[in-house]
Every structure is written in C-alpha cells, then in structure tokens.
Design a binder for this molecule. Structure first.
Ligand SMILES: Cc1ncc(COP(=O)(O)O)c(C=O)c1O
Length: 428
C-alpha cells in the first residue's frame, strides 16, 4: 500500500482533551481541540493523531481473544522483530520510555550522587529518571539551529559535574524531533571518561545516523511508543542494547526482580511454579495487547515513515522565503524519523501570535520543549539560570512544532502553510 493511501481508522479526534484540560497532553504543551475554532468551516487539524488502522484493531482483538493478555508470545515476537529492525542484539519491551530510561540507567550502574549528562531541551522523563536513582541530571546546552546537545556542550557539562565532585556515570543524548545527535562525537566524549551512553530515542524510530539505525549505536537506546509517536502502542517503550549482561538485568528488573516471567514459568519446556526475587525490581512490563499494536505498526513502519517524510518535504518547500526556518537537518547518511516538525520563527513574528493565528484557523501546535533549566524543580534544586544555556535559550525563544502525522492530507499541510505565510507576511 502506498503511503498516500494509508488506512485511517476511527481512533481519533475525540481522544484528545479540550484546550485547558490538565493531563499529559497539556504537560507536553500540546494545543489541541475537539472542534474547529468559531468561524472556521474546515475541520480542525489537531497537533497529533495516531494512525490506528483496521490491521491494528484486528491484531488487538486477536490478542484479547487469545487468552494471554499480559507479557507473553506477542511481546516476545515484538522484541525479536524490533531488535532486527534496528540491528540490535537485544530488545526489551516496557510500558513506557520513562521506565525504559530508568531500567537502562540502573543497568548502567548509575547510583546515588553520580551525575548523568542530559540536554536541557528535552521532556521531563529524561532527567526525572536520573533522580529516581538519587543521581544528578547535569543539564547541557544545545545548538540553537538543531536543538541537539553537541559534543562540546556535553564536555562543558562534564566539567561542571566534576567540579561538583560527582562521577559522570552516563551521558544521555536526546534525538530531538527524530534527528540524530552527533553520536560519533558523543560516544567519544563519554568513552574518554568511562561513562555509558544511554540514548533517549523517544522520538527517533525509524532514524539512522551515518546509515546506522538508532538503536544500534549507544550502550542503551530507549524508544517511546506513546500515542503521538511514529510507532505507537498507546503507552509503551523499547530498550535496545548489545550488552547481554545488562539485558538480563533489565529483564529481571522490569518485573519485580523476579528471575522468570509468567510466560517463562507456565509455557516453556520446563514449566514450574518456582521463582526467586533477586533484586527489588519494578513493574515495567509491556502487555501482549500493546505488543499486538506494536507488531502491526512495525510491519507498516516504512510506509508510515514515508508519509511523514513527504509531509516534512512539503512543509520545507512551502516555508521557503517566509523567514520561518525548519530546524537544520539532513546530515548525509542520517534519516530523520520526523516525529516532530519544528520551526524557528524570525524576529518580529512572535510565537504567541503565530500560535493564535493557527488556532484561529483551526490548527493545533506545540512547543518542544520548555528547557528543563527553566522548570522550578531543576532551577531551584540546582540553582540554574538561563545565562549558562545560551543555545537553549535562543532555541526556546523561537521554536514551534507544527502538526505532522500520517493522517494529514496534502490539503491539510497546505492549510497550515497558508496560515503560516499569512502570519509571516503580516509580521514583516
Ligand atoms: C524526549 C522524550 N523522552 C522521554 C519521553 C517519555 O516517553 P514515555 O511517554 O513513553 O514514557 C518522552 C515523551 O514524549 C520524550 O519526548
């Protein structure tokens, strides 16, 4: 099936909260509404919509009817297929990227009063999982043209961590929007101090860096399958690694520190009721219902990606000459996953004005992300101020995410472009 004819299911517009309602969407700064703005006759273009086709619905029904709905054969199948898709020896399915980051950091040996280098332009999950372990997220600046932490930003943050007397146990590149960080440089910086590399690839399936899939580069890579992601299981995530020992540790820790999961105990060649708790673990396993969605979405992932890439191409062409600049992308050999389409606005075009103009035209937008050094918890706990993060401050001052999802038609994209052009002209 060609990308233009992707099946649109009915899982849709009404799942999103109205503007102003609290919840995850609100925390992420997603501006969404159920109906078009007053006076707008065309249907609303929300910021994000999952692509739930008949195949996903049938796969979920089959899982429900199978009699095995928690972690079981579908999770194992999804793990195997995902590992193959990203060229990783091991893949572990979890119930969110947040739990995946926690498990990966724990398996990296991060302990109390260690430091982990995290870019300041990211979602709360990247840093909070470091705090779960009693360690310190030391925030790094980013390149304003890409929103990404570069090796020099990482080095500068390592210097601050060491000055505070903390061992830097891990470095966490975040592949913002779906474009890869400079992994060669970051792996080298981490390697020089013996730190592990835990990639936050929540946005980065299916992305590549120098033709290598994201998922096959760092010590650990963590993907998100949250509702707005390119591959979704509603809630869910995946950790990939080449480290067999760490994979075994994470497998145990994702399910209460028990050495055998239920499927192992009751369905393998040597079934038995006996198990041992070998560590105080967590409850982070994925269900077979979610895995059924994942398997089906993975099967379609190239088509889904192609549609996102086509939308990004149309945006880039249509924005030329407006002063509204897409983030710099297209490093040779890199494939952008196009989870987000982020633009930077010219001086004179205020973000709030463009958000309001787009909302008036029935179009949802979002901001990724308010830098963590501006968040009261991190600002006050670590006494941070914006002067230390000039790149992130410049990025944040002018960034805006436009809608990009497979169910957008070319006409939808053209409506967004027309509204952007009108706002840009009015501001110039
Ligand atoms: C950069 C980043 N990291 C981590 C996460 C956490 O993902 P999840 O919701 O699957 O826990 C998100 C969620 O959107 C994210 O944007």
């Amino acid at each position: 099936m060609g990308p233009e004819r992707l099946t649109a299911g009915d899982g849709g517009r009404r799942m999103w909260p109205s503007p102003g309602r609290k919840g995850r969407a609100a925390q992420e700064g997603i501006h969404m509404a159920e109906a078009s703005a007053p006076g707008v006759s065309e249907p609303r273009i929300p910021f994000a919509l999952p692509d739930i086709g008949d195949g996903v619905i049938a796969a979920v029904v089959e899982a429900l009817r199978s009699g095995w709905i928690t972690t079981g054969p579908r999770v194992h199948q999804f793990e195997e297929q995902f590992a193959e898709a990203v060229g990783a020896p091991h893949a572990l399915a979890v119930n969110s990227a947040t739990s995946g980051l926690h498990l990966a950091l724990e398996a990296s040996g991060v302990v109390t009063d260690d430091a982990v280098i995290v870019p300041t332009v990211t979602f709360a999950a990247s840093a909070e999982t470091v705090r779960y372990l009693g360690a310190h997220p030391v925030l790094a600046d980013v390149d304003p043209a890409t929103g990404l932490m570069a090796p020099e930003h990482c080095r500068e943050a390592i210097g601050r961590a060491e000055a505070a007397g903390w061992r830097v146990a891990a470095v966490m590149p975040v592949h913002l929007a779906g474009q890869a960080c400079d992994m060669d440089g970051l792996v080298e910086v981490a390697g020089a101090i013996g730190a592990r590399v835990v990639e936050d690839a929540a946005h980065a399936f299916p992305a590549t860096h120098h033709s290598r899939p994201i998922g096959s580069i760092g010590d650990f890579t963590v993907f998100s399958f949250y509702a707005t992601k390119a591959l979704t299981t509603g809630e869910g995530g995946m950790i990939t690694t080449a480290d067999a020992g760490a994979a075994a540790r994470m497998k145990v820790m994702r399910l209460h520190g028990i050495d055998r999961d239920a499927w192992d105990r009751y369905n393998r060649d040597d079934p038995g009721w006996y198990y041992e708790v070998i560590a105080p673990g967590f409850k982070y396993n994925m269900t077979d219902i979610a895995a059924a969605m994942g398997i089906e979405q993975l099967r379609r992932s190239e088509d889904l990606w192609a549609r996102r890439a086509a939308i990004a191409g149309r945006y880039r062409e249509g924005l030329a000459g407006t002063g509204i600049e897409p983030l710099r992308v297209d490093r040779p050999g890199d494939r952008h996953a196009w989870h987000l389409f982020v633009v930077r606005l010219p001086e004179g075009l205020a973000r709030d004005d463009l958000v309001a103009a787009l909302a008036a035209a029935g179009i949802g937008t979002s901001v990724h992300f308010i830098p963590l050094h501006r968040m009261p918890y991190y600002r006050d706990t670590y006494r941070l101020s914006g002067d230390r993060f000039p790149g992130a401050e410049a990025y944040y001052a002018s960034c805006l995410s436009l809608p990009i999802y497979t169910r957008m038609s070319d006409a939808d994209v053209d409506r967004v472009l027309a509204a952007c052009r009108t706002a840009a002209r009015a501001a110039s």
